[in-house]
Design a protein around this ligand. Structure first.
Ligand SMILES: Cc1cc2nc3c(=O)[nH]c(=O)nc-3n(C[C@H](O)[C@H](O)[C@H](O)COP(=O)(O)OP(=O)(O)OC[C@H]3O[C@@H](n4cnc5c(N)ncnc54)[C@H](O)[C@@H]3O)c2cc1C
Length: 390
């Protein structure tokens, strides 16, 4: 037996290992050593109890040395990941005994800074001008570098969005510090340094990276991993930042054209019908599409299917795909490997269709259908069509 607990790297809130349920936030529990446990440890989802580890507690909140979050917004709407990392920043700041700062660059702060305070910020640094109507790398870089140089935060976290991925490296270069991209976990070590966890070598290992010699320590974080806090009535300070940028910039946005691109929107889907290798072929994937159409669902897939080229990568659910929480997730011909379960286990209701009664997917399913999907799915489609005509 070993004592283990779920880490923040696990995208869900619950994981069953050999019949023992581990919930996020729970203390260590005893589980048998097994291959499945080893996979979960290697994936960074589970921490084994180490009695040599000393936990530091801090009870006074110091000024300065804050933990900052880049609160990305477009047209007055926040990117969700910015709000998710605000929740994580609170946890890190409490461990360090410092405040959480949010960095907001916008055309008009119409309630945006108050929203950030209600979601965990102690201070919001607001740069507000018509010149910040659209995102521009050079302007954003200059303003944030000036803020960092003046206020000296010890940690700055960005969402791994298109903007975050463009901005953070440029800032890191300007202020001569490091940057860990695409983190899936953040924590503080015994010396107060940021532990930045991210998949490496194609996701086969979880690397833990520290930046001890340069400040601030900076990371980008993948969307959907950290938990957003519930809104609360909180007090916070809004700090207006003097913006010394001119209109005379080397880059000018002439026009913003929204691309009408169809990408799978799995994160917001209420129903997902997902297909695995058991579907058999790219051609046979049409039965998954047909069932999804009948249910008004998005299409998901296992990595095996994406690797085989049956569906594009933006449909992949799991550790190296998307983390989803729909009301209904239907897994068809998916074995339920831990890397797949990591991305869908928190769905409200899970239905699994698999011809193998021992498939791991049944360990997380609310309803299991043991059978050939080529018979079960057409029967479901038929039933749905009939019920619509009644
Ligand atoms: C670092 C790393 C990261 C990974 N990331 C991901 C990830 O993000 N997402 C992911 O999905 N995987 C990921 N994987 C891969 C994962 O380990 C599995 O290999 C993959 O999920 C298997 O896909 P599958 O269930 O479709 O295929 P299989 O494991 O081959 O399962 C096929 C299932 O279909 C069933 N079946 C076959 N025929 C039928 C039929 N006619 N009717 C009903 N059932 C049938 C079989 O019983 C079987 O259970 C990752 C692996 C690694 C090492």
């Amino acid at each position: 037996m070993v004592k283990v607990k779920l880490t923040d790297n696990y995208p869900g809130s619950m994981l069953v290992i050999d019949g023992v349920m581990l919930s996020l936030g729970d203390d260590y529990v005893d589980v048998e050593k097994s291959l499945e446990l080893q996979h979960a440890v290697n994936s960074g989802y589970i921490e084994i109890y180490d009695d040599t580890k000393e936990v530091k507690t801090v009870d006074t909140v110091k000024e300065g040395n804050e933990v900052w979050v880049f609160a990305e917004q477009r047209n007055g709407r926040f990117a969700r990941v910015g709000l998710e990392i605000l929740g994580k920043a609170r946890e890190l700041a409490e461990k360090l005994g410092v405040k959480v700062g949010a960095v907001l660059l916008c055309e008009k702060d119409e309630g945006l800074s108050q929203e950030l305070i209600s979601l965990g910020a102690d201070k919001v640094y607001v740069a507000e001008t018509i010149l910040l109507k659209n995102y521009e790398t050079l302007r954003y870089t200059k303003i944030i570098c000036d803020m960092i140089t003046k206020e000296k935060p010890q940690i700055v976290i960005y969402g791994a969005t298109h903007i975050g991925r463009d901005l953070a490296p440029r800032i890191a270069q300007r202020i001569s510090t490091g940057l860990t991209a695409d983190c899936t976990g953040l924590d503080i070590d015994e010396d107060g340094l940021l532990i930045q966890t991210r998949p490496a070598f194609g996701g086969n290992i979880m690397a833990q990276i520290k930046c001890p010699n340069h400040k601030p320590q900076m990371s980008t974080v993948r969307p959907g991993i950290m938990k957003m806090l519930d809104k609360q009535e909180r007090n916070g300070v809004v700090v207006k930042v003097d913006v010394s940028i001119s209109e005379d910039n080397r880059v000018k946005v002439l026009k913003v054209i929204k691309e009408a691109k169809r990408v799978a929107n799995l994160e917001d889907a209420k129903i997902i019908v997902s297909g695995g290798r058991g579907v058999g072929s790219a051609e046979n994937f049409r039965i998954i599409e047909e069932l999804a159409k009948e249910l008004g669902a998005e299409i998901g897939a296992s990595r095996a299917v994406v690797d085989a080229g049956w569906v594009p990568k933006d449909h992949q659910v799991g550790q190296t795909g998307k983390t989803v929480r729909p009301k209904l997730y239907i897994a068809c011909g998916i074995s339920g490997a831990i890397q797949h379960r990591a991305g869908m286990q928190n769905s409200e209701t899970i239905i699994a269709i698999n011809k193998d009664p021992n498939a791991m997917i049944f360990s997380v399913a609310d309803y299991g259908i043991v059978g050939d999907l080529n018979k079960v799915i057409p029967a479901m489609i038929e039933e749905l069509k009939t019920s619509k005509t009644l």
